[in-house]
Ligand binder design. Structure first.
Ligand code: ZN
Length: 277
C-alpha cells in the first residue's frame, strides 16, 4: 500500500513557542522558533516513513509561509513554501492523499490556548460552521475530510488537540505543551515533544493502513457565520456576493459545500484586511 501523507505545519502550537517574539518574522526569537518548527515537522515525516508512508508533502502554513528552512527539512519530504497560495494552509492537498497531519496547530479565536486565533488574529473574532465554532483544526480538517482525506494526527497545545478530537474520531493528538495562559505554557523538552510526534505519526500511519481512521462525512450546504473584530470589516466584506449582514459584526454565507465555504471564509478575511488603517 503506497501511502501518501500531507502535512500542514503551523508555528503557534510548536513546543516552546508562546509569544509573538517567536511567531512574527521581526520577532527577536523567531529564528530559534523556526528551527523548533522544522524539527517537529521532521519528526512527523520520520514517523510517517518509518510507519510505511511512501510520500510526504509538507506545506508551510504559518504567516509568511517561508518559515521552514529547506536545508534543514527531512531529505525525503517535499516542501510547499511561499505565499499567497490559493488554498493557503491546505495548498497541495488533494484526493490523492491518504491522511493529513496538522503539526504546530493552535486553538481557535476567542478560546483558551497559546496564541489562539483563526487565520487572522486582527480580523476574525469568531467563526461558526453550521452553528459550531471552529478554528483552524476544524476548518482545515473539514476541508481535508471533504476531499476524502482523514485527519490522522494533530500536534499542539491541549485546546488545539481537543478541537480536532471532537470533530475527527480516531485522530491521534500529541500535546506538545500545556497552555496556562495566552502567552504561557508548561512545556516538555523539545526533544521529548519530537519523540511523541514521531511516535504519533508512526501510529497514525499504521491506523490509516488498517483503515481504522476514516474520513468523516462533511455536511453540505455549509452555513458560515463569521464575526469580525470591528464593523468596518463587515462593511466591506459584505460585497462578497451572496453574503448577508446579520448584525454589525457578523456576516452569514451559505456555501454549497465545504470547499466553497473555505474559499468564502478566506475571501471575507482578505476583504477585512483591506480595511485596516
Ligand atoms: Zn495558524
Amino acid at each position: 500500500m503506497n501511502l501518501k501523507i500531507y502535512i500542514s505545519a503551523d508555528m503557534e502550537g510548536v513546543c516552546g513557542v508562546v509569544d509573538v517574539e517567536h511567531t512574527r518574522r521581526e520577532g527577536k526569537e523567531h529564528d530559534r522558533a523556526r528551527k523548533w518548527m522544522v524539527q517537529e515537522v521532521n519528526a512527523a515525516v520520520e514517523g510517517a516513513l518509518r510507519g510505511g508512508a511512501e510520500k510526504v508533502v509538507v506545506n508551510d502554513s504559518h504567516g509568511t509561509m517561508r518559515n521552514l528552512l529547506p536545508e534543514e527539512l527531512h531529505p525525503e519530504a517535499e516542501l510547499i513554501i511561499g505565499s499567497p497560495k490559493p488554498m493557503s494552509m491546505l495548498e497541495g492537498l488533494s484526493e490523492d492523499f491518504d491522511g493529513t497531519f496538522f503539526i504546530g496547530y493552535h486553538a481557535r479565536s476567542g478560546s483558551f490556548g497559546v496564541l489562539s486565533h483563526t487565520y487572522a488574529g486582527r480580523i476574525v473574532a469568531d467563526l461558526k460552521l453550521n452553528g459550531r465554532p471552529v478554528g483552524e483544526p476544524g476548518l482545515n480538517g473539514l476541508v481535508s475530510n471533504f476531499l476524502g482525506v482523514p485527519v490522522a494526527l494533530i500536534s499542539g497545545d491541549q485546546f488545539a488537540v481537543e478541537e480536532a478530537k471532537e470533530l475527527f474520531p480516531g485522530v491521534i493528538g500529541v500535546i506538545t505543551k500545556e497552555a496556562i495562559g495566552r502567552y504561557v505554557a508548561k512545556c516538555p523538552s523539545p526533544e521529548k515533544a519530537r519523540r511523541m510526534i514521531e511516535e504519533g505519526a508512526f501510529r497514525a500511519v499504521n491506523l490509516l493502513k488498517k483503515g481504522e481512521i476514516k474520513a468523516v462525512s462533511v455536511p453540505s450546504p455549509v452555513e458560515i457565520q463569521l464575526k469580525f473584530l470591528n464593523p468596518g470589516m463587515a462593511d466591506l466584506a459584505q460585497i462578497l456576493p451572496g453574503s448577508e449582514r446579520l448584525d454589525p459584526l457578523t456576516l452569514k454565507y451559505v456555501a454549497k459545500d465545504m470547499l466553497e465555504a473555505y474559499k468564502a471564509v478566506r475571501a471575507m478575511i482578505y476583504l477585512g484586511y483591506a480595511t485596516i488603517k
